[in-house]
Design a protein. Structure first.
Length: 85
């Protein structure tokens, strides 16, 4: 990893899902307007990719902690890991 990517990771890692998603949405809106020069667009895209990866990791972590309650054939309630698929 380069120093820039390490700095970016260190800045994004402590963000909540909501903070990262908000920044990602702002980046997408700016890039869609097409009023950003090429060099800044590349930097914004790089940051956006890192924010997207961070959000995906947060979602995977949340899914791993969620359980659903099911009834066994005998009628007893139990919990099993949540499977979103």
């Amino acid at each position: 990893m380069t120093k820039e990517s390490n700095d970016l990771a260190a800045e994004i890692t402590p963000m909540s899902f909501e903070q990262a998603l908000k920044q990602l949405e702002e980046i997408v809106q700016s890039l869609e307007k097409g009023q950003v020069d090429l060099e800044d667009s590349i930097k914004m895209y790089t940051r956006g990719a890192a924010l997207k990866a961070h959000c995906e990791a947060k979602l995977r972590s949340a899914e791993a902690r969620i359980e659903k309650i099911v009834l066994t054939p005998s009628g007893k309630a139990t919990s099993v890991p949540f499977d979103a698929t």
